[in-house]
Design a binder for this molecule. Structure first.
Ligand code: ADE
Length: 254
């Protein structure tokens, strides 16, 4: 586990744009272990994620766990000891896959996607985007054998208080949220810094043309050209929105 907390000022964008020449920037690499590799293909091959890959800023390899499945059916799961509904992912296939991957990389974190993990938030995305090699393990059924968690996993992450059918969509969420933070991935280099949550505030409302639509007008301040006043308005709006929708982010009661 990391022993420090990232603050807004230390977020990778702020650091990276000042100190790193893009040509010297090493890509962040994700290895993802899954029994459903096809599920991950689409979310990671469009728009910003594809651009990040094309620019060589992000590399993602998806590994089919069945490669190490047991027997002619390539089994990766079994009944749980003690009884109870639902299968558990066995130790050997995952351990063999992780051991193989660890021969060629040292991971900053080995992350297991699970509903009982730490609730994922922007702060964690910022921190992980400073890593170079991340290994993501997607669970299925009742999850993976506890001994694998004890043996290999350094971070357990949940993307919300609900249960998905497997960790793949959660893994895609991590890759996307981390990938878009890497320097050079977004065209407008400041835009990730003004995202919701980057300073524990929700983003202010945004408007584009036309200036009037169905009788609804854009707030006049945005058309004023007064940059400082616009900035102040945005900050006020961000705070108001956060206070009414997510008071917990301001440390206030919900
Ligand atoms: N796998 C199943 N549900 C999940 C969740 N909410 N977050 C991360 N991984 C999961």
């Amino acid at each position: 586990m990391f022993g420090f907390e990232l603050t807004f000022a230390a977020c990778p964008l702020a650091v990276a744009y000042k100190t790193i020449e893009l040509k010297d920037y090493l890509p962040v690499h994700f290895d993802i272990i899954t029994v459903l590799p096809d599920l991950l293909a689409s979310p990671l091959s469009h728009s910003i994620m594809q651009r990040a890959k094309d620019k060589g800023l992000l590399t993602v390899e998806v590994h089919d766990l069945r490669e190490f499945g047991i027997g002619k059916h390539r089994n990766v799961d079994d009944y749980q000891f003690g009884g109870g509904a639902g299968m558990v992912m066995r130790c050997e296939p995952l351990a063999d896959m992780i051991d193989k991957l660890r021969k060629s990389r040292t991971y900053d974190e080995i992350i297991y996607l699970t509903p009982d993990g730490e609730r994922y938030a922007q702060r964690r995305a910022n921190q992980l985007s400073l890593g170079k090699n991340l290994l993501l393990i997607c669970g299925h059924y009742k999850g993976i054998d506890q001994r694998l968690r004890d043996e290999y996993v350094t971070l357990e992450v949940s993307i919300g208080d609900y249960v998905l059918s497997g960790g793949e969509l959660a893994a895609a969420v991590l890759v996307d949220s981390i990938g878009r933070l890497l320097p050079g991935v977004l065209n407008d280099e400041t835009s990730a810094l003004t995202d919701s949550f980057q300073d524990d505030l929700l983003a202010p409302p945004v408007y584009t043309r036309p200036a009037e639509w169905r009788g609804r007008e854009v707030p006049p301040i945005l058309l004023s050209g007064h940059t400082a006043a616009i900035q102040e308005w945005r900050e006020e709006q961000a705070e108001q929105r956060t206070r009414s929708r997510r008071p917990d982010l301001l440390g206030e009661d919900e």
